[in-house]
Each structure stands twice: as structure tokens, then as C-alpha cells.
Write a new protein. Structure first.
Length: 193
């Protein structure tokens, strides 16, 4: 049985200070636990000075809990949480570079692109660019469909990006609590002086 078939897909959402070396520290935790990263996406977060990492991997709950706790201990990491698919809304972006000659010879290629909710964003004499936003399975489905026509010159996926379905914003709550504790400590210290 394939490793992916017997395990659950988890999505980690990790926030860190925007400093060099943090990504390496985070990915090394996965490597030490022998957890293969399926996709990894990094970007600035909605909070100035914090970076956001979205990492997907297959595993079991106990291992994911250990990975998350180890990541949270890393210097520069502000918060590490992991979720199952039903807890997050996930999307990917894909680009497909396809042969213009084959696109013109086979009108079913453009029908397949439309059927998969993709769009042809550029056409020139040599190649056409198809872009698509969707779930991983949908993106792979279009790739497999285009592959049947032997028209794919290049294919790339962004990796998953995700937001939680939770009504609570755990990072904001954490930062608010951290700020409150800091201010209380400052007040205690000023009373002692």
C-alpha cells in the first residue's frame, strides 16, 4: 500500500519572524522525523514582520503533533499549527506551457482547459500558457488530460496555500495574549522600581 493511501494529509500553517535560516530550521524538523514535505509555500503574512509557511505532508496525528511542537520551539518561530483537510480551505496555482501547434490542431485541448476551469492567458507562435487555480486533484487532472495530447512543454504548481475554517484567529489571540503578558510584566517591574 502506498504511504499516501494509508496516512492523512496534514497542512501546517507556521508563522515566524522574517529572518534568514528559519525555513531551514523548520524543514529540518520534518527531515529528522522522516516526514516527506509534499508542498511548501512561503510568503509575507498579514502581520508586518511575520512570515507565513504553508506545508503539506502525509502522516499520523501523533507524529504531526511532535513535529508541530518541535517547530514551535525553534528560535524565530511565533506559532505552529497543523490541520486536516476539513479544517482548512486550500488552493494551488498551476501554469502549463503547451505547444501552440497542437493547441490549434486539437480543439479538444481548449475545451479541456475550459472544462477544468483553466484559462489560456497567452498565445504566441510557439507556445500557449494555461493558468489554473484549484485543488491539487483538479490541477493534476488537467495535467493528465493535456498530457494525452502530448502538448505539455512545461508544468509547474505553486504548492498549497491555505486559510483555516476556524472562526477564531489563533495567531491574533496568541499575539494579543503575549502583548498582555508583556505589558503586565512591564507594570510589575515599574512598581518594583
Amino acid at each position: 500500500m502506498d504511504n499516501q493511501d494509508s496516512k492523512t494529509l496534514y497542512t501546517f500553517i507556521i508563522f515566524s519572524e522574517n529572518t534568514s535560516g528559519v525555513l531551514n530550521e523548520i524543514t529540518s524538523v520534518f527531515a529528522r522525523r522522516q516526514v516527506n514535505i509534499e508542498s511548501l509555500n512561503t510568503s509575507a503574512s498579514s502581520i508586518e514582520g511575520l512570515h507565513r509557511y504553508t506545508i503539506t505532508c502525509y502522516g499520523d496525528d501523533l507524529t504531526m503533533e511532535k513535529v508541530s511542537k518541535q517547530i514551535a520551539k525553534k528560535i524565530g518561530v511565533v506559532r505552529s499549527d497543523y490541520y486536516v483537510s476539513s479544517d482548512v480551505y486550500t488552493q494551488e496555482v498551476a501554469l502549463y506551457k503547451i505547444s501552440t501547434d497542437k493547441l490549434l490542431k486539437h480543439p479538444e485541448i481548449s475545451r479541456a482547459v475550459r472544462h477544468h476551469s483553466g484559462s489560456i492567458t497567452e498565445v504566441n507562435p510557439t507556445y500557449a500558457v494555461v493558468s489554473m487555480v484549484g485543488l491539487t486533484d483538479e490541477i493534476v487532472s488537467l495535467f493528465l488530460c493535456l498530457k494525452q495530447y502530448d502538448c505539455v512543454l512545461q508544468y509547474v504548481r505553486s504548492g498549497a496555500i491555505a486559510i483555516t475554517r476556524n472562526k477564531r484567529e489563533l495567531l491574533n489571540e496568541y499575539l494579543d495574549e503575549r502583548q498582555r503578558r508583556y505589558e503586565e510584566a512591564e507594570q510589575r517591574e515599574s512598581h518594583h522600581n
